[in-house]
Design a protein around this ligand. Structure first.
Ligand code: G3P
Ligand code: CA
Length: 284
């Protein structure tokens, strides 16, 4: 079945366009996804959030200030209000060398619009972003996935830093392949590293086989960072240990070619990148 094929594909290397081809065009806009799709990436990565009137939109930050001409929390606005914003011009101002007049006026994107545009001709790697700020997000997301038959067609992965959010998604539809995101960072108190992976209290960095197996009970893989403040926070052993426990390992967000090469050699199953063109060159 298409879903079995998708799970099989997860064993090989996956190119994941982070917020679209967001190194080249304004993140999370149609033009960024158009580029990534044209380049034939394996997954279009996106962050899902809810508007004040319950629409699922593609947007990373909790606030609209950085990537639009508005200000305030995204959840305080209706879709109609958000649609009036310009989510492209900030990119031209921040990246003079990549500026394109066509980016100006780019509208905030809904999940429906993305599915209408690419349908079954793409795969989608969807993060339930800030679940506490977006109550009802899991229900609205799964409803949309079912409406477009994305799950049985092997088109979607759902990722989250919050274990609870993933378990909620699983309760709503237990066929959806899930990815547990984790985040490693150095401890402020001592030389150790900490890992945050359930949205609860941070714990020590060493994930035991038992922890990996707990994750493997509900997830197909794990998504992790690689370098934090110049320090490598995962290594080849970590990747192999996760894989031995039945989990694919995807690493975010890798934009430099030398890091891409290193992680491929370490055996990562895929990378999130703002520059999928660079990664596709290495995969060829
Ligand atoms: O979803 C993987 C990676 O995107 C997580 O970090 O902040 O870019 O959503 P963030
Ligand atoms: Ca994300």
């Amino acid at each position: 079945s298409p879903l079995e094929q998708q799970l099989k594909d997860l064993e090989s290397f996956q190119v994941i366009a982070h917020r679209g081809a967001s190194g080249h065009a304004p993140e999370s806009t149609m033009v960024a996804y158009e580029l990534a799709h044209e380049w034939k990436v394996d997954y279009l990565e996106l962050d899902a959030q809810l508007t004040a009137d319950g629409e699922v939109v593609v947007f990373h930050d909790d606030a609209i200030d950085r990537t639009s001409d508005g200000e305030g929390k995204i959840n305080d606005y209706t879709l109609e209000e958000l649609k009036a914003l310009d989510t492209g011009s900030w990119f031209n101002e921040a990246n003079a060398d990549k500026a394109d007049a066509d980016f100006s006026g780019a509208q905030i994107l809904t999940l429906n619009e993305l599915f209408e545009r690419f349908g079954d001709d793409a795969r989608y790697y969807i993060e339930t972003k800030s679940p506490q700020l977006n109550p009802g997000l899991e229900e609205a997301l799964v409803e949309t996935l079912e409406e477009y038959e994305m799950v049985e067609n092997g088109r979607v992965l759902v990722q989250s830093f919050e274990q609870d959010s993933l378990l909620k998604v699983q309760q709503l539809n237990d066929d959806i392949p899930l990815i547990q995101l984790v985040w490693y960072y150095p401890s402020e108190e001592d030389e150790t590293r900490l890992v945050e992976w359930t949205g609860v209290t941070p714990g020590p960095a060493e994930i035991s086989d038992e922890d990996f197996q707990t994750v493997a009970e509900y997830a197909a893989g794990i998504g992790t960072n690689y370098i934090y403040e110049g320090q490598e926070v995962i290594d080849a052993d970590f990747i192999h240990q996760a894989q031995e426990n039945g989990l694919s390992v995807h690493v975010y967000t890798i934009n430099e070619t030398d890091e891409m090469e290193r992680l491929m050699e370490m055996g990562a199953n895929g990378l999130f990148t703002n520059y999928p063109d660079r990664l596709l060159k290495l995969v060829e």
